[in-house]
Design a protein around this ligand. Structure first.
Ligand SMILES: [Zn+2]
Ligand SMILES: [Zn+2]
Length: 567
């Protein structure tokens, strides 16, 4: 809903409506986006106008959206401006005002149209734009067209969850699931695939394309609709008849490699896989499957979880019965890397502990930063001792969850740790991480990590490669040496579940696991909401073929503490 109001504000600004009105919608969108409760609940209690920036008029629009799933006002505005005009807003340097002028004064409605108008000097001739701006815009358009449009999973996943709820309510829909790379939980996705079955495919597709979250239609076929949604992600909805859902979902989950290998296997059995079912080549009969489980069984395979379908040995393992079941979110018993207001976190020790308890965990380690370089509000030795006292006090007070003392100690550039050994020895869990001097060469960086792991107090290496998804490159490491050391020193390596990190990444997790390295899946939460990152980390562990026994924080507390003492 926040994105819809932001969209209205953009459209009004393109249209040249008065600034007051534009600002009203923008503010309303922001307030709704920051609302801590469900807006439907607020409406039912008659409190919509209590929301900052929401007056009677906007309250009526919210009501219309919630009651009917549509907003006539938005549809009118969108009809006035072709999609191409709205897409101009994606170009850095083009705000709604400029987009409106380009549309009204020059009739421009696409990137190509704008490029032509710049080339023939019409943009430069517009008052207050000029040659310099036109030149800058040209570079910006080219960059926008070139830009890798893959979205990080952290952005796409929550949107996909909302879409699932929305599509489930459309007329005719029986079943619905994510598909494609988002169902395989790859760290970036090209678009959001939603796969469903419907008793009236036409009606479902129509209703989908009319829903208010859909900003513009890209394509519509007999069984498929592709659209841009408010916020800019591309969504593809594919539908089949209910009896075919199993095969259809399997075909549209992929990956390409997995499906090709499955096709080969079917061929060896005299079968051909199609979107409608399994074709028996001997008599031309089509077998239909409403579940994926039945389909895999028909091919003589154990069910293969979607995260494993990358064509990297999973079909052979499923055929021989050696595919072990990957770790699940419900297997997770604790969180061993969290921050609080003691360093750069936003919530208290007690709040974070209660948050972990609410998520069904049996234990949590509070691991604020040490006082090293480059880390905000790191703790000194004295402050760590003060904090441990509070952790022990909260632990005594709370029933049903053990609150462990811990630290995320900085690994200095020379491999030494940022706090004295006798202090670290007093703590239950020590996470050691690199936060500075990331440009070191492979040799120095590897020795730095090996030295930290050799310290018997260190239990976990946090975000081991320091990469940022779509941002910072990983540090240079002799990974084989690090993995070997993790085994010999009994140090777990982290899967940092923050979607911007996902570090270790999936293929490295698989290598680590094959060597017998224990993995700790941690949220590194800096506030309560971020405790929900856990499922992103679990997905990475699954993609790395980890079962619950491979994951330290899927173990009971006494075994975790025994591991930490390195018996
Ligand atoms: Zn860190
Ligand atoms: Zn951290």
């Amino acid at each position: 809903m926040a994105a819809i109001f932001a969209d209205i504000a953009d459209l009004l600004e393109i249209k040249g409506e008065n600034a007051f009105k534009v600002r009203a919608y923008r503010r309303a969108g922001e307030s709704i986006g920051h609302l801590a409760e469900d807006v439907a609940q607020v409406m039912h209690e008659g409190r919509l106008t209590d929301i900052s920036g929401v007056g009677e008029g906007i309250a009526r629009r919210i009501q219309e959206l919630l009651m009917t799933g549509r907003l006539a006002y938005l549809e009118e505005l969108r009809a006035e401006f072709p999609e191409g005009v709205r897409r101009l807003l994606e170009v850095p340097g083009i705000g709604p005002k400029t987009a409106g002028r380009l549309s009204k004064e020059l009739g421009i409605g696409s990137f190509d149209g704008l490029e032509t108008a710049i080339a023939d000097g019409r943009v430069a001739a517009l008052p207050r734009l000029g040659a310099k701006t036109a030149e800058r815009l040209l570079a910006a358009i080219q960059a926008t067209k070139r830009r890798d449009r893959r979205a990080p999973i952290g952005l796409a996943w929550p949107v996909a969850q909302e879409l699932l709820v929305m599509v489930r309510r459309l007329p005719g829909v029986k079943e619905v699931s994510t598909g494609g790379s988002i169902r395989r939980m790859r760290e970036t996705v090209g678009d959001v695939d939603i796969i469903g079955s419907s008793e009236d495919i036409d009606a479902t597709l129509d209703a989908f394309l009319r829903s208010p979250g859909v900003a513009s239609v890209i394509q519509r076929d007999t069984r498929r609709a592709c659209a841009l949604i408010a916020g800019g992600l591309e969504v593809e909805l594919r539908l089949c008849a209910p009896p075919d859902f199993g095969v259809f979902l399997q075909r549209h989950t992929g990956s390409k490699d997995h499906n090709a290998l499955l096709d080969d296997r079917a061929g060896e059995q005299g079968l051909r896989l199609t979107e409608e079912g399994v074709l028996r080549l001997s008599d031309g009969m089509l077998e239909r499957f409403s579940t994926e489980e039945d389909l895999y069984r028909r091919l003589g395979l154990a069910f293969i979880p979607s995260e494993l379908r990358e064509g990297q040995g999973e079909i052979e393992a499923a055929a021989s019965g050696s595919l072990s079941s990957p770790v699940k979110l419900v297997d997770i018993k604790g969180n061993l890397h969290t921050h609080t207001t003691w360093s750069d976190g936003l919530d208290s020790i007690e709040a974070m502990a209660r948050g972990c308890q609410a998520r069904g965990y049996q234990y949590v380690a509070i691991t604020d930063h040490s006082g090293g370089l480059g880390v905000a509000h790191g703790l000194s030795t004295a402050r760590v001792r003060e904090q441990v006292a509070e952790i022990r006090e909260v632990d005594r007070r709370l029933d049903g969850i053990r609150v462990l003392s811990g630290i995320e100690v900085d690994i200095r550039a020379d491999g030494s740790l940022d706090l004295p050994d006798d202090l670290l020895a007093e703590l239950d869990i020590v996470v050691a991480s690199v936060h500075s001097a990331m440009g070191q060469d492979e040799d120095r960086m590897t020795r730095r990590l090996l030295q930290a792991m050799a310290n018997p107090n260190v239990d976990i290496v946090g975000h081991p490669t320091c990469r940022i998804v779509g941002g910072r490159e990983p540090i240079r490491l002799d990974l084989a040496a690090v993995l070997r050391a993790a085994v010999t020193t009994k140090t777990a390596l982290e899967i940092n579940a923050a979607p911007s990190r996902l570090d270790l990444k999936d293929d490295l997790v698989r290598r680590a696991r094959e060597m017998g390295v224990k993995i700790a899946i941690n949220t590194d939460a800096h506030n309560l909401d971020q405790l929900d990152f856990m499922h992103f980390g679990v997905a990475v562990a699954r993609r790395g073929w980890c079962g619950a026994p491979d994951v330290l924080n899927a173990w009971p507390l006494d075994e975790v503490l025994a591991f930490a003492r390195k018996f």
